[in-house]
Design a protein around this ligand. Structure first.
Ligand SMILES: O=c1ccn([C@@H]2O[C@H](COP(=O)(O)O)[C@@H](O)[C@H]2O)c(=O)[nH]1
Length: 645
């Protein structure tokens, strides 16, 4: 990695000038906080887990301005970088690793009758990619998978690769047949004439819909087509896949091993995804795997130098390969904060105004048009302050969970059933239903898809004695200390985590990553810094908040911007509102309504039956609560209309 330093040729003052109405605050620090990209003779720009965030992060509270670049800005960046690569006479490839939709308005806020992700996929397709692969979110619902297959894959012009995913589709005669979602593998030549073999591999995902099939990667490498695909020697393998580059649930090492049996030395570059983290590892001295975050916050950069050892026009023999296997390739990686300032800096432009291309501006403009016609810009109310998912303890007044349990649920849900008016209640929710911070300023329709995206309904069990009702949440959360102190329990937990992962769940992994970053930084603060530095850091902390990545790749820190880790406090899995109404008059045997999300109904019933033996609760005791029906997606809009206007 290049050191921290100003880029020659950048006009810092102008580089920081505010640009758009979208975000009035600039990204953290100045360009002196940026680390240079390292170019080799092959480089990749990588996106993964965009989840519908094509309009970028639009709030001005930190760290959001760091990720304020939208898809139009990214298109302009790619244009300049491709030009730069051409000038340098090197290869630059653009790769995506799936999960294009589910998570923001431009994918999920579509009008009735359309398919989730259809329109946002069309925006994705406006940038030419060299390689794409499917994610698990493309496969939860058959209609999304089919729409991707029918309407998105063809736009990739032979560069969408699905090595282990099949769909069942009607053939010309109307009979159902199982077919690969896209090419199993592809071979192509780069603009500098290098021969590339590519795969697109999804992790061992089990949560797919009917009509879809995913083959575990470890089975896939035994297929005859796989042997055929890797037989011929390319200049390098370029593999994309919705699978973390290492750790639980990562089968990349198995794929590398399978290739190494045939090609001990051919360079392998892997672009992964799924867990939403920034990460990098090397499988051997001639391969590297990069994972590039989530939500259009991070643009990954991977580069390698092949020319030191190996001219790509030469035919290689196995013997030469074996010789080369002992020689390492120099790789480099960076995690670019997705904003205009950083794009301009890395593209070597004088300032961010120089970034815009006609195509980029048109994409931004067209997205705004869609957002307007879908009412994504509709403002429900003005949020008075930031509310954080995990930046503060969950009993802090700036906690989103505190807001949810103490204000939103009591205001919107506790009073939602006119027939139960006057009957006290508690409202239970799983904290996992909450997905993102709420930042001060307008709370829009777009925000509802970001903050509380699920459409889980509120149900209730009536007449539960208060003394039992009040114990439900702590029972649901379990006794963690007892779990942690038991080895057997820990192993059970690992098994549970593996199953969660195969079903597609990753939230626990991302949270652990956030926690590690904060703890690393806290330890550093205590051990390495003197008081004066601590003061200076406290001052700069507010504006330099962001990811502080530690990975397994050489070359120093990978984040392209120097950041301070965001504080992290864990949140209990289940949370609850206070008992509604006048509680002073209530005794332990008085009966109240227990309201909860349908998503957690079976757990609530099980726990109630554990807490008491007076009666056996079952699904027959459960009824819809809110009338008209309100889902988790609607609670903030409803609250904003009442409390933030
Ligand atoms: O309908 C739903 C689906 C999921 N959740 C919550 O999400 C997590 C899983 O998140 P991943 O990112 O897939 O790991 C799940 O545990 C629930 O807490 C939900 O509330 N409603």
């Amino acid at each position: 990695m290049g050191g921290v330093g100003a880029c020659p040729g950048i006009d810092h003052a102008q580089g920081l000038s505010p640009r758009s109405a979208r975000v009035s605050t600039q990204p953290s620090g100045g360009t002196s906080m940026l680390r240079d990209l390292v170019w080799g003779d092959v480089q990749v720009i990588h996106t993964t887990d965009i989840h519908g965030w094509y309009q970028g992060h639009q709030k001005s509270s930190y760290p959001e301005p760091n990720y304020s670049g939208d898809w139009g800005d990214f298109a302009s960046f790619v244009h300049h970088m491709r030009k730069l690569a051409k000038k340098k006479g090197v290869d630059l490839l653009l790769v995506d690793s799936g999960d294009l939709h589910d998570g923001a308005g431009l994918s999920d806020g579509f009008p009735a009758g359309q398919v989730d992700g259809h329109v946002s996929n069309q925006f994705h397709a406006r940038i030419r990619y060299d390689l794409l692969a499917p994610g698990n979110h493309e496969l939860y619902k058959y209609e999304n998978a089919y729409d991707t297959y029918k309407n998105f894959v063809p736009t990739a012009k032979g560069r969408y690769v699905a090595s282990n995913v099949n769909l069942t589709v009607p053939d010309a005669q109307g009979r159902n047949v199982s077919v690969p979602m896209a090419d199993r593998y592809i071979k192509f030549k780069t603009s500098q004439g290098r021969k590339v073999t590519s795969l697109g591999i999804l992790f061992d995902f089990t949560g797919y819909d009917k009509g879809i099939n995913v083959q575990p990667p470890k089975e896939m490498i035994k297929e005859a087509w796989f042997s055929k695909a890797i037989k011929e020697q390319p200049d390098f393998f370029l593999l994309s896949g919705h699978m973390p580059v290492r750790g639980d649930g990562s089968d990349w090492q198995a794929v590398v091993d399978a290739i190494r049996v045939v090609h001990p030395a051919v360079p392998i570059l892997i672009l992964g995804g799924h867990t939403h983290i920034r990460d990098c590892t090397q499988y051997d001295g001639r391969s590297m795997g990069l994972e590039s975050g989530r939500y259009l916050e991070t643009i990954g950069w991977a580069s390698m130098n092949l020319s030191d050892h190996h001219h790509h026009h030469h035919n290689r023999h196995q013997q030469d390969e074996a010789l080369e296997a002992g020689r390492n390739i120099s790789f480099s990686r960076s995690y670019i904060d997705a904003n205009r300032r950083n794009y301009a800096y890395h593209a070597g432009l004088m300032n961010e105004k120089k970034l815009d291309t006609g195509k980029g501006k048109k994409i931004t403009h067209d997205m705004a048009k869609v957002a307007k016609s879908w009412n994504l810009t509709e403002v429900y109310g003005n949020t008075p302050q930031d509310y954080y998912l995990s930046r503060v303890p969950s009993n802090d007044s700036s906690s989103l969970i505190h807001l949810l349990t103490q204000s939103v649920l009591p205001t919107v849900i506790s009073t939602a059933n006119p027939e139960r008016k006057g009957v006290a209640n508690i409202v239970l929710a799983n904290s996992g239903s909450q997905r993102f911070d709420i930042y001060s300023g307008p709370f829009t329709k777009n925000d509802k898809y970001i903050v509380s995206p699920f459409t889980d309904a509120f149900q209730y069990i009536k007449d539960v004695p208060l003394k039992y009702a009040q114990q439900i949440v702590s029972s649901l959360n379990g006794d963690e200390q007892a779990q942690a102190s038991s080895r057997r329990k820990r192993e059970e937990r690992a098994e549970e985590d593996r199953e969660l992962f195969r079903g597609g769940h990753v939230q626990h992994i991302f949270k652990q990553w956030q926690k590690d970053q904060y703890e690393n930084e806290e330890n550093k603060t205590a051990a390495q810094l003197d008081l004066e530095e601590l003061d200076a850091r406290a001052e700069s902390k507010k504006t330099s908040l962001g990811y502080v990545t530690t990975d397994r790749c050489p070359g120093g820190p990978g984040d392209d911007t120097v950041h301070t880790a965001i504080p992290y406090f864990s949140v209990p899995d289940y949370v609850v509102s206070p008992v509604s109404g006048n509680t002073t008059a209530l005794g332990p045997d008085d009966k109240i309504d227990v309201v909860f999300l349908d998503f957690i109904a079976s757990n609530v019933i099980r726990i109630l039956n554990r807490l008491q033996t007076e009666r056996v609760y079952s699904v027959d005791d459960v009824a819809a609560y809110a009338s008209p029906s309100l889902t988790t997606q609607e609670i903030y809009p409803e609250y904003a209309k009442v409390a933030w206007n």
